[in-house]
Design a protein around this ligand. Structure first.
Ligand code: HEM
Length: 213
């Protein structure tokens, strides 16, 4: 039987990931999505996707620092939620904004540099989502890990897409860029080694029998 605490954590996790969508639907139903709701949906879904992608990248460093396995378990669902919000973002662009006018969509996707970066990010997220199952992991063997390192490329391209589409104040995209650079820094061999050492220390401490006082 599943531990009730673990079940509660799961429920809280999924509710938290779905909350931005519920908030968006609520604002839509209340006509609270600014004077340009299509653009507002585009901006919000884009930000949710990038935030969840960054959070999925933060899971491994968080695990190495804290030793909590829950962070590792959260990586895949966070990545899938990022993909789901990115799909809503793309769907809003194609179906609502461009009404499936494929000649216009193609023009944008090939000519506007921010759209090219966004589309490339989406294609990577799609490939990662499709191959995120256990079956694909087993089928791809060692190649799976290499393929899934593309998540870092997706995060960089996502930030580039954000920076390139910004029209005035670039503060928020720059904050996202700094966050992604910091998360990439955790991949540096020196830091990886230090974090692994810290992780093993935590594991050893946890496995020691607790002394009763
Ligand atoms: C599938 C291809 C994509 C297209 C065609 C696309 C298109 C767009 C458009 C039209 C905007 C709004 C530009 C504006 O009105 O100023 C936008 C903004 C944005 N997109 Fe995308 N996008 C794509 C993929 C992605 C992906 C995969 C992500 C994240 C992982 C993403 C994250 C963002 C962010 C963060 C913003 C800015 C939000 C803000 O300013 O608050 N996009 N995108």
């Amino acid at each position: 039987m599943r531990c009730p605490k673990a079940l509660t954590h799961r429920i809280v996790f999924h509710v938290a990931a779905l909350l931005p969508l519920l908030w968006l639907l609520w604002d839509l139903s209340q006509n609270q999505l600014t004077a340009n709701p299509i653009r507002e949906i585009q901006l919000r879904t884009g930000r949710y996707a990038l935030t969840l992608l960054a959070l999925s990248l933060a899971c491994t460093p968080a695990y190495r620092i804290s030793g909590l396995r829950q962070f590792l378990d959260a990586r895949r669902p966070l990545g899938l939620y990022a993909f789901a919000y990115a799909s809503l973002h793309f769907l809003n662009f194609m179906a609502v904004d461009y009404r499936f006018d494929f000649s216009l969509i193609r023009e944008d996707l090939l000519e506007k540099r921010y759209a090219v970066a966004g589309f490339a990010t989406y294609l990577i997220l799609l490939a990662l989502a499709v191959t995120s199952t256990r079956g694909w992991r087993e089928r791809l063997g060692k190649k799976w890990k290499r393929l899934h390192r593309l998540v870092y490329v997706a995060a960089i391209l996502g930030v580039v897409h954000f920076l390139w589409q910004v029209k005035a104040d670039a503060t928020i995209p720059v904050i996202y860029a700094i966050a992604v650079v910091l998360l990439l820094a955790f991949r540096l061999p020196h830091l990886q080694k230090a974090l692994r050492k810290n992780n093993s220390k935590i594991k050893r401490q946890r496995s020691k029998p607790q002394l009763k006082t």
